[in-house]
Design a protein around this ligand. Structure first.
Ligand code: CU
Length: 150
């Protein structure tokens, strides 16, 4: 048991939500997740490396997604997108069929080299949201992108 937990902890670090008022995120996200068409879920893979998020980060409001965040690089990287996460309906984050994390919303996800984290969500509020890596100078190096919900 201890070994499994260590492996999971080594795969990623999650920053959960802090205490904020309900209006700061999609309040009825549970209902949106429950009513979404998960049979029609679309999978989007983001290959993360030095120093980019290689994917078309455009999502359709109302559509259910599995966002596969794969670190194919040699350094660890963040997928930090607090405004995006607050404007979607989060179902769960999953790691290697070993763990599921449920939260109202996330602020940042860290993926270690060779690691993968899957985020299940329903795109909701339309807009443009920043995503970036907060490690060292990675953002300046190019790990700064825009997520679009249309
Ligand atoms: Cu990085």
């Amino acid at each position: 048991m201890k070994k499994t937990l260590t492996a999971v902890a080594g795969a990623l670090v999650l920053s959960g939500a802090s205490l904020v008022s309900a209006a700061d995120y999609v309040e009825n996200y549970k209902e949106i997740v429950k009513n979404a068409d998960w049979d029609g879920m679309q999978t989007v893979t983001v290959n993360i490396d030095e120093f980019s998020y290689d994917a078309n980060l455009t999502f359709k409001s109302g559509q259910a997604y599995k966002l596969e965040l794969k670190n194919v690089g040699e350094k660890k990287h963040y997928f930090t997108a607090p405004e995006f996460f607050k404007n979607i309906a989060t179902r769960k984050a999953e790691v290697n069929d070993q763990a599921e994390i449920k939260a109202d919303y996330f602020t940042a996800l860290e993926i270690l080299p060779g690691g993968q984290l899957d985020l299940y969500f329903v795109a909701h509020n339309k807009g443009e949201y920043e995503v970036y890596c907060t490690i060292d100078d990675h953002r300046d190096e190019g790990m700064d992108d825009v997520i679009v919900v249309e």
